[in-house]
Design a protein around this ligand. Structure first.
Ligand code: UDP
Length: 333
């Protein structure tokens, strides 16, 4: 049955892919996005579709948000300050956006008891060393004097609040922890590694590996991730629960740099940049980050189908064809 989904942050990387998926499967989509990190070009192709509507505004606009939530059956809350670089550069904005925004979305959705899916992040596991990370594991965050942990702490607080709304107010909520989601439309502007490496490789510029490149990640394809979100949000068994979502194909960042270089037949050299230079002095990176996805698999049959090589190809296609026409598409770092 056709449903109406409100996507906060719907002009962003993940939000716009989710809008595509929902429209493709016959649903209606309302988007609210303040374009702080989202881009109108991500949803340009949906304009004019009768099943799609968008509003350029912030979720902090309570009256407008209430009106949109009233018209929606489900709320997917993706609007947030994202990316480690952005977090370090604008810590006040990160904390305020992530905490206040989620507070307002939950409070407003609760008035109409609309189910909410809240997008959290694998960052919340922090420096935990048990691999893979399971939803019930301890979260191990660094000192409050180290800027990067503000992102994890803000998202963890949002998770607490979402789960508190479920228990105390009976608001249906689902929390997902997304692990390094990548694909077309993700910008390298906020430091994300896959778009950064692909763009560097395409432009024959040095591929910048931070630290010694032994740190590893699992890159999940955005199409696989957004495919499972509506299923979760409409399943009562998921309410009040936390789910990891991502791929389990682990790769070191140095391997990633070499894979991108080889795959794109690039002349770029791979260079090492100390963390202090890349981020801030005393920056703490996470050495490994692998999700345990048993929980989402058993509830929904989720699979990360898209391999890293396919991901690299699709991101490269995107940058070869579309990004040249985007504002700041090639010019930024
Ligand atoms: N990274 C890198 N070069 C870049 C950007 C990122 O080596 O140009 C590294 C970063 O230090 C981290 C990994 O790639 O170890 C993933 O970074 P990203 O910001 O994409 O996501 P994170 O896992 O930090 O949330």
């Amino acid at each position: 049955m056709a449903r109406t989904f409100l996507i906060t942050g719907g002009a962003g990387f993940i939000g716009s892919h989710l809008a595509d998926e929902l429209i493709r499967t016959g649903h209606r989509v309302l988007v609210i996005d303040d374009l702080s990190t989202g881009q109108i070009s991500n949803i340009d192709h949906l304009k004019g579709n009768p099943a799609f509507e968008y509003t350029i505004d912030s979720v902090m606009n309570r009256a407008l948000l209430a009106e949109l939530i009233d018209r929606a059956d489900y709320v997917v809350h993706l609007a947030a300050a994202v990316g480690v670089k952005l977090i370090i550069e604008s810590p006040v904005r990160t904390i305020e956006t992530n905490v206040r925004g989620t507070e307002i979305v939950l409070e407003t959705a609760n008035k109409k008891k609309r189910p909410v899916l809240f997008a959290s992040t694998s960052e919340v596991y922090g420096k935990a060393s048990k691999i893979p990370f399971s939803e019930d594991d301890d979260l191990v965050l660094g000192s409050t004097t180290k800027g990067r942990w503000a992102y994890a702490a803000s998202k963890a607080l949002d998770e607490f609040l979402a789960i508190a709304y479920f228990h105390e107010k009976r608001l249906p909520v689902v929390v997902v922890r997304l692990f390094n989601t990548v694909g077309p439309r993700q910008t390298g502007r906020y430091g994300m590694v896959v778009p950064s490496f692909v763009r560097q490789a395409l432009a024959s510029k040095p591929i910048t590996v931070y630290g010694d490149g032994t740190q590893s990640r699992c890159f999940g394809y955005v199409g696989d991730v957004v495919h499972v979100l509506p299923t979760l949000l409409s399943d009562r068994r998921a309410y009040g629960q936390v789910f990891n979502i991502g791929s389990q194909e682990e790769v070191t960042i140095l391997e990633l740099a070499n894979r991108v270089k080889t795959r794109l037949k690039s002349q770029s050299e791979v260079v090492f940049v100390p963390y202090d230079e890349a981020y801030e002095s005393g920056f703490e990176d996470m050495p490994r980050r692998v999700p345990d996805i048993t929980k989402i698999q058993s509830l929904t049959g989720f699979e990360a189908r898209t391999s890293l090589d396919e991901i690299i190809d699709r991101v490269a296609d995107y940058y070869s064809t579309e990004a040249t026409s985007l504002p700041g598409g090639w010019g930024d770092s």
